[in-house]
Design a binder for this molecule. Sequence first.
Ligand code: SAH
Length: 249
Amino acid sequence: MRTRRTLSSRAVGALRVGSLAATIALGAVAYHARPGQESWAEERARMVSDQIVSRGVRDTATLRAMRTVPRHEFVPRAYLDAAYDDRPLPIGFGQTISQPYIVAYMTELLRPKPGDRVLEVGTGSGYQAAVLAEIVADVYTIEIFDELAKTAAARLGRLGHRNVYVRHGDGYFGWPEKSPFDAVIVTAAAGHIPPPLLEQLKPGGRMAIPVGSVYGVQTLVLVEKDREGRLTTESLLPVRFVPLLRGPR
Ligand code: SAH
């Protein structure tokens, strides 16, 4: 019989004796480090139905990716029990892994397709990049903190995401050598939409970016570039992201 380590703190107390030996044998550390386990699939399924489908996300590729990517692999050990909770979590350097719903909402917004090349600004834990990488051909992601970039690259490699390319740098300038992109996603709030990112968007492409002040109101904005290169923007949702930083870190 397959045993499963239960994730949530409320369930830990109810851990059945039968599964205890297996839990100890596997060990929390080894378990945390092992990709692709079927475990916690239930927690993910619940996360998707209770937090994401219930709020209106319908794109099947997005929902499938959210059910597949092991979010618990992307959070610090101290927050393991909260990995599938309905909130962002700290990942160090004052940064956060976004709330699952926001990750799903922004993924759907990009209308990602199998052949797409996507640029992400703000790698953080690498979770959003992994979700996109389940759907599209290639994900190029830039992180301003060297340490976070290194950790995310190692993690994504370990989890088998060969189609994610992580770079340390200031994402304001995008990744011109790899442009143009079918979609651009910015996961930190900017005071304005960086012009280099608009330039690197393909005609027909879509960009999702939180725009607004650091401590004030931010709005999730969808930018679309039509076939003739004309830009339109649409304000969609009040959000709260960490700020888009500038300069080397
Ligand atoms: N997408 C991330 C969430 C990241 S939070 C995830 O799935 O975990 C925003 C991230 O943007 C932080 O890691 C922060 O360090 C990074 N960041 C902030 N300013 C940046 C910039 N100018 N260029 C690249 N990354 C930036």
